[in-house]
Write a new protein. Structure first.
Length: 948
């Protein structure tokens, strides 16, 4: 396998930088540092703890561990930043919870010289979970920390020694220098590495207790029960033995550890899903790599940690970063200034940040885009899955193609053709034709089909030609598979239903998804040549070629299938198919067709269905109107859809009138419903002609009544011997009033007269006059009298039956005359009474005129001259009233006054009488005289000051 070249060192060097951390306060004499979950805790020589929230740097806690100070040795912070374990040189151990600034002593951990801590890999919100403590006497203890604000309740719930490590062939114990705990295949499966100062490393794996119980450690029997591997790497007294593991990364498929030993740094990458068998445990350390420290000049290493792909090594003055896969030194920087000496290196396992510190300063190691280009080195290690994951974020797009090509080649060698089809389909490394030939040579049509589908998905929409060719090729492959399945089924004893269902599903999914890339004519030809009628129909339906599908099902007289297709019609251009096939479907499957039309509803133009409905009504002769599907559809259009189209209503009237039923119930019900509308929706002339032609006389009468042609309605009813119907029409006119257009005072009387006349005339033909019937009609009418109809009888007729009617009529006349005479006398008496009251009232009427009252017209004093007082209480001087009346008098009056004035003194008295009669007739101010003056101009004539 050819691998690409290793990453450039200059590129690797750009990934790392060391930056000093600036604080808002002065710090000095730092003895320990711990960082987790963006919480930084540092210990000062004075015995103080400084806690800083890096997300909110202004939040700083300054905590004294112990009154009077103490000699802090180290700090251990759990991954969540909740529990800070503080160790001292006097072997007093303390804990500081993130919720408080009060340090609590851990009584159960007293006298333990803790050298390293392994926190639980499973986080808990209630406690720290199980914690493993390595000590200077070579023992491993288990404890659990739980926060409590109660004074007497301990934070350390229990402490148990779970393991002890001694040097081979010696009873001398050596300090534990590191413990790493990793999750296994299940939440209660653990993989543990322990190292000590003698250069020994121990590996354990197995299950722990499923749940942490009160006071009962989960590792009690673990180290005794599980077999372990002990590997000696040797210790270098000049260097502090150290163990480090990569920070947890859920995205990564592996983890790594590194152990500083006499021979160098021993490190190994382990797959998370690697099977942990007894044999694999025995060879656990044998697969490790060793980095020789010859590139690091200084001998005093103060710290070591692992990043995702590198090893960071801190000496007293420098920081070295080495690629774990190539062992290349990619970064080297002198960090300290003057006599400054680095004292440690720590990691934030949550945020994947890295920190250096000395007694005077803290430095952050920034890591940027560390995974860039690393897929090549990971691939060299044989971890193809991890290499592909890393290449996803690589800025070079060719990296993914290269890896996919390598993976595809591997799958071909392993005969995993379907897997290779998926892989090659996502890669552009190899030409399509070459890859397709590879599958053809291997006789793998399914893999070829899968590969072509993947390539089709990957092609941009703009590559129309490529997409067309590939999609057409896929159709041909599907046809071959269908034909092959038919051949197999023909030679098989049992049907291959499941295989056919799976293949059909794949074909349907493909056509549905890529129908836009296919050429309709080409696909039709391919499927027709292969005789795949069912697949052809599915494709036609998918591209909404409903005409083809309908033509097929109608040709087979499969009406239900054809109607199913019609229900799918949505586009406006396909709506014509509804009308094209309406006649044939309605004739052969009337009920189902009408059901389909009703379901489609307002998407249909009902007027375009009229020819089919009329054709159906002439072809099919239903026994009942209710079973007539044409009528049922039209009723739905009229009732449910509320159509007011005259064509629809005329058609419905025609079908109801032509029904073979003798009763007119359906037609009359329809006409009654229409009568309540303001405008009749059907054509009246057409409806009358149709009803008369079909002898639906009662319906005709109803229509005449709707248009207020009562005379014609009565005449039609009488002409066809429907006397009761004629009487019913007349009874309707009793409810008319003057607001009705058809109302006349004598309408009801004239209609009754026509009925009686018809009865008498019909009796003349039989020479027998039904006098009793005529009398009955007169009583029923309440408007006709015997004298109204007497002229209709022959000159010689026996009036015995009319005797009582004639007497009743004469008595009625006599009674009316008496009533009229009485009313006349009452009127005369009333007039005399009114006249006397008027005379009496005029004698008593008077008006009081106050002194100083002025004329209502001129404003001058009223009593200084002759004046008039009117019943309306207006008092006006005679001269002012005369002037006003004469000025506004009629032409005839003005002429009369002029004649009298010209005749001189002889007519003066007559003139005064005339004027007195005129001006005293009515008040000039509030009578109709003022109303007559409304046309006069409001502005005086000749007032030029109002001109603009």
């Amino acid at each position: 396998m050819d691998f690409p070249p290793e990453p450039n060192r200059a590129v690797e060097n750009e990934k790392f930088a060391v930056e000093p951390v600036q604080f808002q306060f002065a710090i000095s004499a730092i003895v320990a540092l711990a960082v987790a979950n963006n919480t930084l805790c540092l210990a000062l020589k004075s015995g103080r703890i400084i806690r800083i929230d890096l997300d909110n740097p202004e939040s700083v806690d300054d905590v004294d561990v112990k009154d009077g100070g103490c000699d802090i040795e180290n700090l251990f912070l759990d991954p969540t930043g909740s529990y800070l374990l503080i160790t001292t040189k006097t072997r007093d151990n303390y804990v500081l919870n993130y919720q408080t600034t009060k340090v609590k002593a851990l009584g159960r951990l007293r006298d333990l010289a803790i050298t390293c801590v392994a926190w639980s890999p499973i986080e808990s919100s209630l406690s720290s979970g199980e914690v493993l403590l390595g000590t200077a006497d070579g023992c491993v203890y288990e404890t659990c920390l739980e926060f409590s604000d109660e004074y007497f309740k301990r934070e350390d719930r229990y402490v148990r020694k779970v393991a002890e490590f001694k040097a081979p062939d010696s009873h001398v114990v050596t300090p534990i220098t590191g413990i790493s705990v990793q999750l296994g295949s299940s939440p209660n499966y653990r993989k543990i590495i322990v190292s000590n100062a003698n250069g020994h490393a121990y590996y354990y794996s197995g299950k722990i207790s499923a749940h942490l119980q009160d006071g009962i450690p989960v590792y009690t029997k673990f180290f005794e029960r599980e077999e372990h591997v002990d590997q000696e790497f040797g210790a270098d007294n000049g260097r502090a033995a150290m163990l480090s593991a990569t920070p947890p990364d859920p995205k990564s498929s592996s983890w790594a550890f590194a152990l500083l030993s006499e021979v160098g740094i021993v490190h190994r990458t382990i797959k998370k899903d690697e099977n942990d068998t007894l044999e694999s445990r025995k060879t656990f350390f044998q697969g490790s790599n060793i980095y020789i420290l010859n590139q690091i000049q200084e001998s005093s290493i103060v710290g070591m940690c692992l990043t995702s792909f590198h090893m960071a090594i801190a000496t007293e003055t420098k920081l070295y970063i080495v690629n774990r896969f190539s062992h290349e030194l990619v970064f080297e920087q002198h960090v300290t200034q003057g006599n400054e000496t680095l004292t440690g290196l720590t990691v934030d396992p949550k945020q994947h940040t890295f920190w250096l510190f000395s007694a005077e300063n803290i430095y952050e190691i920034t890591v940027a885009d560390e995974s860039r280009g690393m897929w090549k080195l990971v691939l060299e290690q044989g971890d193809l899955e991890e290499a592909m994951r890393l290449s996803e974020n690589d800025p070079d797009p060719s990296s993914q193609d290269e890896l996919l090509g390598i993976l595809g080649d591997k799958q071909i060698k392993e005969k995993d053709y379907l897997g290779a089809a998926n892989t090659y389909g996502n890669s552009r490394r190899r030409p399509l034709e070459q890859t397709a030939l590879l599958f053809l040579d291997a006789n793998q049509p399914e893999a070829l089909l899968k590969y072509l589908q993947n390539k089709l998905t990957a092609f941009p929409k703009a590559n129309v030609t490529q997409r067309l060719l590939v999609s057409t090729w896929i159709i041909e492959l599907f046809m071959e598979q269908f034909n092959k399945l038919d051949d197999q089924e023909a030679t098989s004893d049992s049907p291959l239903d499941e295989q056919r269902r799976v293949l059909s599903t794949k074909f349907h999914d493909f056509v549905t998804k890529y129908k836009g890339d296919l050429h309709k004519g080409t696909v039709f030809e391919i499927m027709s040549v292969n005789g795949r009628q069912e697949e052809l129909l599915y494709y036609a339906a998918a591209i909404q070629d409903y005409n083809f599908v309908l033509q097929y099902w109608v040709g087979l007289e499969n009406w239900s299938k054809a109607l199913q297709v019609l229900r799918q019609v949505k586009a406006e251009e396909d709506r014509a198919l509804l009308y094209k096939y309406s006649t044939v479907l309605l004739v052969h499957a009337p009920r189902d067709t009408v059901d389909t039309w009703i379901v489609i509803g307002k998407e249909i133009e009902p007027t375009k269905m009229v020819p089919a409905l009329l054709n159906y009504s002439q072809t099919v002769k239903p026994g009942k109107v209710a079973s007539d599907q044409a009528v049922r559809y039209l009723k739905n259009v009229v009732g449910k859809q509320g159509s007011r189209d005259a064509i629809i209503h005329n058609t419905l009237v025609s079908l109801l009138a032509m029904s073979p039923q003798t009763q007119e119930t359906e037609l009359l019900d329809y006409l009654h419903e229409c009568a309540s509308l303001s405008v009749l929706p059907y054509d009246v002339d057409f409806a009358l002609r149709t009803c008369i032609r079909c002898k639906r006389f009662e319906s005709c009468v109803h229509i005449y009544c709707n248009i207020h042609m009562y005379h014609e309605a009565v005449k039609l009813a009488l002409n066809h011997g429907r006397l009761e119907l004629a009487i019913k029409v007349v009874e309707q006119t009793r409810d008319l009033d003057e607001s009705d257009a058809a109302y006349t005072p004598d309408l009801c009387k004239n209609l009754w007269f026509a009925i009686v006349k018809h009865v008498i005339e019909e009796s003349d033909k039989s020479d027998e006059i039904p006098l009793s019937q005529v009398v009955s009609l007169l009583k029923q009418s309440q408007v006709l009298k015997i004298e109204d109809v007497l002229p209709l009888f022959p000159d010689f007729v026996v009036v015995d039956d009319f005797k009582q009617a004639i007497c009743d009529s004469l008595e009625s006349y006599n009674s009316n005359l008496v009533n009229i005479q009485r009313e006349m006398k009452d009127s005369i008496a009333t007039a005399d009474k009114i006249r006397k009251e008027i005379e009496h009232t005029e004698q008593k009427r008077y008006v009081i005129v106050e002194p100083g009252e002025s004329c209502a017209l001129s404003g001058y004093p009223l009593l200084s001259k002759k004046f008039y007082v009117f019943p309306c209480q207006h008092a006006i001087r005679a001269d002012a009233l005369t002037e006003a009346v004469v000025k506004n008098a009629s032409y005839k009056l003005k002429k009369r006054i002029s004649e009298l004035q010209s005749r001189g003194v002889s007519c003066k008295k007559e003139l005064e009488e005339v004027l007195d009669d005129v001006i005293s007739e009515k008040c000039f101010i509030c009578s109709d005289i003022k109303v007559d003056l409304i046309e006069n101009s409001l502005m005086p004539q000749g007032k030029s000051e109002w001109d603009l």
